[in-house]
Ligand binder design. Structure first.
Ligand SMILES: C[S@@+](CC[C@H](N)C(=O)[O-])C[C@H]1O[C@@H](n2cnc3c(N)ncnc32)[C@H](O)[C@@H]1O
Length: 262
């Protein structure tokens, strides 16, 4: 493990993703319920993108499952789920979350693995109907290596759904905004963003694009948001929904990719 990968592991062990989405007592049902509520209130577009119900009885691999919010939805909806994350602490929380929510452990398999290698996943020799990765690959040192591993694991029928941070996004215009956030990822050792050209290079000779679009703008003030109060930043307060939707489509922060192996 090189120095950068060590930093990545240690950062996400210290600060698993969305760990502060609730201040209810640690790792209780109330805690996880609140984490879920906050996640899908703010990132509602995940529900349509992931389409959890579609994967009943299907093999799903999630790369970078974090503390398992999407994982639990796949499992609840009957998927045969395998989740990978580089953060040992996140995987520990996912296992605990499966128990606390009383979900069947038979279809919930969590593995600590590096998405640039996926050694343990390859050993499973499983065919996956879906490979899903939401907001993960832009946090690893070498995104291309991760795409190469997905190529190795996928077959031509595997649906591949990936969200990466978009370069041409609303965030770009806010660099000087003090109320702005990369706060959730303060000190994060790696945060890439991708342009259309970057995507083309990452998938070159490996994947074809089934669907690609930008979505998601975070419209809330950070300080109240941290205390579960959703107060919109002034310029979003009076913006017509139609305009907001247009902005999301054109300069949304998330680059949503549906791919197939060629
Ligand atoms: C922003 S979080 C997203 C987590 C989850 N997908 C979600 O939406 O809540 C990024 C995740 O990527 C994981 N990660 C970063 N680098 C990784 C790597 N090289 N291999 C596997 N997981 C990695 C982190 O541990 C972290 O859980």
């Amino acid at each position: 493990m090189n120095n950068k990968l060590k930093q990545i592991k240690s950062y996400w062990n210290r600060q698993p993703c969305n760990i502060n989405h609730s201040n209810k007592p640690g790792l209780s049902k109330r805690y996880f319920d609140e984490v879920r509520k906050k996640k899908y209130f703010v990132e509602n577009h995940i529900l349509k993108f992931a389409d959890f119900k579609k994967y009943n009885k299907k093999n799903v691999l999630e790369i970078g499952c974090g503390i398992g919010t999407d994982a639990m939805e796949f499992i609840k909806n009957g998927a045969k789920y395998v989740g990978v994350d580089y953060s040992d602490e996140s995987i520990r929380i996912c296992k605990r979350r499966t128990e606390v929510l009383k979900l069947t452990k038979k279809n919930a398999h969590f593995v600590i693995d590096n998405c640039e290698e996926l050694k343990k996943i390859k050993k499973l020799k499983k065919r996956f109907h879906l490979i899903y990765s939401f907001g993960v690959l832009h946090h690893t040192e070498n995104m291309q290596k991760a795409f190469n591993q997905i190529y190795k694991i996928a077959d031509k029928n595997t649906e591949i759904k990936i969200m990466l941070y978009a370069k041409n996004s609303y965030k770009k215009f806010l660099l000087n905004d003090t109320d702005y956030r990369y706060e959730a990822q303060k000190g994060c050792p790696v945060v890439y963003t991708v342009s259309d050209e970057d995507v083309n290079n990452l998938i070159k000779n490996k994947f074809k694009i089934i669907e690609k679009y930008q979505d998601f703008i975070f419209p809330y003030k950070i300080k109240p948001y941290k205390n579960n109060k959703y107060i919109k930043i002034d310029h979003f307060k009076f913006m017509p929904k139609k305009i907001f939707n247009l902005l999301k489509k054109n300069i949304g922060e998330h680059m949503m990719l549906k791919l197939k192996k060629i």
